[in-house]
Design a protein around this ligand. Structure first.
Ligand code: COS
Length: 380
């Protein structure tokens, strides 16, 4: 697929880093659910934590497609590392970068873009998952502060976050229009991470609760106003879904890499697996779906880069790539047979990791809803 010279350079650099420093620990961090702080530090040194952010704000001054390529390449060897970067950049840093005031950007973006701090996004709650507007966290005005109370759930990077953007209900009578967005710092009294989740997949990524008890947040930390708070979160998800598409794409490609290698090593009935037509068909379907997914995800990324609407295209990329990744990883396990089912080989990890892509940042059902709404709205 056509990439610029710079995009190719970023992809190759991340590929090399991923193979040398990420893949060797991928099984271990999955097994013991260890967040790889050393990898995040290295990603910061390599400028990966804020690829599309200008150098003036301590980013790498690259483009959005390069960032998507970085998520894909990391996920090709380790989905946990891929989602750590995707959640940090697309969900934690982006709302401040795209919707913050100049003062908010100057205060928060450099620490995030340089990787000195990790970003998080607090939307999901025990009763507000797919129904994003169902938030029960509240923000009550007190002079020049907001007092925030509530709890967020399944928050990626929660135990390691420095800066977090969250939603809170200001005026329940207004529904989604009564929700505000706020920037919180981990150091604010009353703000803490809670229980870490024990997950099926992406076990090297950190997922935990965020708890807010009478957190006093300065009024200037509100992101936008009451009219825009919820919309900024929805727009953040529109773009975030492109990075989950890239996560799925990387996982699927990684599974195909492993299945292809195995099919050329393992002999059954006197010939290599890849010479059996059933295996060839599986590999061909995997490769075809991965290529289709890549077109959809890169297309959405290019729209985002050109600042064009990409809500539907991002949802299509995420939906297709996630479902293709789950099928591809299941096939990879099947091709490796009993070895595929064993933890000695990485493909069972790929399959567990792929499942999250059909759930996080909007389930496949939500993606279909977003796509259908755009179709009915005539935006095709
Ligand atoms: N961009 C800009 N504005 C948007 C938007 C988008 N993508 N999606 C919705 N909005 C706006 C609407 O235009 C509406 O504004 P007005 O009242 O001014 O017309 C407002 O937000 C409320 O929208 P709507 O009425 O459509 O809200 P719903 O409660 O029906 O829910 C969905 C909309 C389902 C799309 C939303 O709840 C959603 O995306 N849910 C999934 C959340 C998710 O992905 N969670 C995963 C965890 S976060 S990692």
């Amino acid at each position: 697929m056509e990439l610029t010279e710079e995009q190719t350079m970023v992809r190759d650099m991340v590929r090399e880093f991923a193979l040398k420093e990420v893949e060797p620990i991928a099984a271990e961090i999955d097994e013991i659910q260890r967040f790889p702080e050393e990898t995040v530090k290295r990603m910061a040194e390599l400028g990966l934590m804020g690829i599309p952010i200008p150098e003036e704000y301590e980013g790498a001054g690259g483009d959005y497609v390069s960032y998507i390529l970085a998520v894909e390449e990391l996920s090709r060897v380790c989905g946990s590392t891929g989602i750590t970067l995707a959640a940090h950049y697309s969900l934690g840093l982006s709302p401040i970068w795209y919707f913050g005031t100049e003062g908010q950007k100057r205060k928060y973006v450099p620490d995030l873009a340089s990787g000195r701090k990790i970003g998080t996004f607090g939307l999901t709650e025990p009763n507000a998952g797919s129904d994003a507007a169902g938030t029960q966290t509240t923000a009550v005005r007190d002079g020049d502060h907001w007092i925030i109370n509530g709890a967020k759930q399944f928050i990626t990077n929660a135990n390691y976050t420095g800066t977090c953007v969250i939603t809170a209900m200001i005026d329940r009578s207004k529904g989604a229009r009564g929700i505000g967005s706020f920037i919180l710092e981990k150091s604010m009294p009353g703000f803490r991470a809670g229980k870490k989740e024990d997950k099926l997949g992406l076990r090297g990524s950190n997922t935990a609760e965020l708890i807010m008890e009478d957190v006093r947040v300065p009024a200037e930390n509100q992101l936008g106003n009451l009219e825009s708070g919820f919309k900024y979160f929805m727009k953040t998800l529109d773009s975030g879904r492109i990075s989950i598409g890239a996560l799925a794409l990387g996982i699927a490609q990684g599974a195909l890499d492993k299945a292809l290698a195995y099919a050329q090593e393992r002999k059954q009935f006197g010939k290599f697996l890849y010479k059996h037509q059933q295996i060839q068909f599986m590999l061909a379907d995997m490769a075809t779906e991965i290529q289709a997914a890549r077109h959809l995800v890169y297309h959405a990324a290019r729209l985002k880069q050109r600042k064009e609407p990409h809500s539907m295209e991002g949802a299509m990329g995420k939906l297709y790539a996630s479902e293709a990744a789950y099928r591809a990883t299941k096939n990879a396990v099947q091709i490796l047979g009993a070895n595929g089912y064993s933890r000695e080989y990485p493909v069972e990890r790929y399959m567990r990791d792929a499942k999250l892509c059909e759930i996080g940042e909007g389930t496949s059902e939500i993606q279909r809803m977003v796509i259908a709404r755009r179709l009915i709205g005539g935006n095709m």
